[in-house]
Design a protein around this ligand. Structure first.
Ligand SMILES: [Zn+2]
Length: 481
């Protein structure tokens, strides 16, 4: 009988286990979405919920602040001050000072959103709030229209195969007009028939261009190119286009290199009676970081090199030689040094022999009259800035026009807060491009930048950038001596 309670306990335990096992067999687990917890995968990426949460938090804080003020009597003091300005008590002072809504009811329509943060309040009051949240005109155009404009710049005369340059509509067929929201996708039957190993002869308007790898919305692309044509810095542009700054930085570098590669090297002065001004300027630029892959054999230069006067590539004060045809274009060249041997080939290539050339009295220009140019100089050292040699009352001999461009150039370089001397030729090419189009409006400059971007295959632009960042300067800019 002693073991009876132990036996009973064991029997009861067994019975309990059997019951539990049967119960669990009967209860089949069915997925019910109502039992699922709300997703917490990316709570920070829901802007609407974040706004609501922020508004709630703001309301809580502001109500606490008002309560503590009213406890100290601060609100009373403020409202008593109002009363003392001559408002009648019944109109100006509500009875219940401790409630924030009572004080807010005096401010009219603002009272409705008094518990909301100022930005939300502002937006609630502003009839243009929705418009202001957008990024300008591009956000109000249909995506396919923006692609169509880009396509027009790329192919003014209709689709062209980027591999074999076929443009006969019988061989170039459209495959998908809605590809990437309107960019479109074509197939070249010639390349397809020849067994194109990659994509079967298919291509888009961006295939083979520097914009091919850009995975941004077309409106963002237009915004970035427009900002480049306006001479904005890339960080500022990334803020405006709402993309990462590396995205704008990469595109800016590619556009700058495309402009450098497509710049004109044709003669700029072809007539003998045309007037050309020449001058040089010195821009302080060192090696930033490890740009150019060049080994620094000396200490990095101190910030703000204060050297005045002339300089060379080696002294981090780079000469820029400029030629400006009056009533025409300007051409700028970054030089290694300023010597007659350096500038002579440039002048001979650009200016027709016999043309009128006005410079200052620097000795490097003395060769001009020997070479057959009608050279006149003004002596700045003697206070001479403009001369009237033919006696018609107009001081036509001066180089003030080209000197004026230096002030524009310095201003543009200043935007970028210090430029590496390795990349300076690209920046100068960009300045020359925009300066020669200064009479155009912004829209036309944007189209010109896009034309330059589409004028070259992407490989030649990236090759240039590779050479700039890895090779010596002289290989990049052979004309610079
Ligand atoms: Zn083809």
């Amino acid at each position: 009988m002693k073991c009876a309670p132990g036996l009973w306990q064991i029997i009861l335990l067994l019975a309990l286990l059997v019951t539990l096992a049967q119960g669990s067999k009967r209860c089949t687990w069915i997925w019910d979405e109502r039992t699922a917890l709300p997703s917490r995968l990316s709570p920070g990426r829901n802007p609407k919920r974040n706004r609501e949460r922020w508004a709630r938090r703001w309301a809580r804080r502001s109500s606490k602040r008002i309560r503590s003020k009213s406890r100290k009597g601060g609100a009373n003091r403020v409202c008593q001050g109002k009363r003392s300005h001559g408002l009648s008590t019944s109109l100006a002072t509500p009875r219940r000072w401790d409630k924030p809504s009572a004080c807010a009811s005096q401010t009219g329509p603002m009272a409705r959103g008094a518990h909301l943060p100022p930005r939300v309040q502002r937006e609630a009051m502003d009839p243009l709030a929705k418009l202001r949240r957008s990024r300008g005109w591009v956000d109000h155009m249909a995506e396919h229209e923006l692609w169509a404009m880009l396509r027009k710049v790329r192919w003014p005369y209709g689709p062209v195969c980027p591999r074999c340059a076929e443009q006969d509509p019988r061989y170039v067929k459209i495959l998908d007009a809605d590809y990437r929201g309107g960019l479109g996708r074509w197939q070249c039957l010639v390349c397809a028939g020849a067994g194109d190993p990659g994509e079967g002869g298919t291509f888009t308007p961006l295939s083979g261009t520097i914009l091919d790898g850009m995975r941004v919305a077309v409106s963002t692309l237009w915004l970035i190119v427009e900002a480049f044509a306006e001479g904005m810095a890339s960080v500022e542009t990334s803020d405006e286009a709402r993309v990462n700054r590396h995205t704008t930085d990469r595109l800016f570098r590619l556009l700058r290199a495309a402009i450098y590669e497509t710049r004109s090297t044709e003669p700029m002065v072809l007539e003998v009676d045309q007037i050309v001004e020449m001058d040089e300027v010195y821009i302080t630029a060192g090696l930033k970081g490890c740009a150019g892959g060049l080994e620094l054999e000396r200490e990095p230069r101190k910030r703000g090199l204060k050297r005045r006067g002339r300089g060379t590539w080696d002294s981090d004060r780079l000469p820029i030689f400029g030629l400006l045809c009056r009533g025409g274009e300007a051409r700028l060249f970054v030089l290694r040094n300023v010597q007659t041997a350096t500038i002579r080939p440039i002048v001979e290539q650009m200016v027709q022999r016999g043309a009128r050339v006005y410079t200052d009295s620097y000795s490097i220009y003395h060769f001009l009259s020997r070479e057959g140019y009608q050279h006149q100089a003004v002596n700045h050292g003697a206070g001479e800035y403009a001369l009237d040699l033919d006696g018609d009352g107009k001081c036509e001999v001066h180089c003030n026009t080209v000197e004026c461009t230096w002030s524009w150039l310095r201003q543009m370089i200043r935007t970028y807060r210090g430029v590496s001397k390795v990349y300076l030729p690209l920046y100068v090419a960009q300045f020359e491009f925009l300066f020669n189009r200064r009479q155009h409006n912004r829209w036309n400059r944007t189209l010109d930048v896009l034309q330059a971007a589409f004028a070259l295959p992407a490989s030649s632009v990236t090759d240039l950038l590779d050479r700039v960042s890895s090779a010596q300067f002289a290989e990049v800019c052979p004309v610079a001596g």
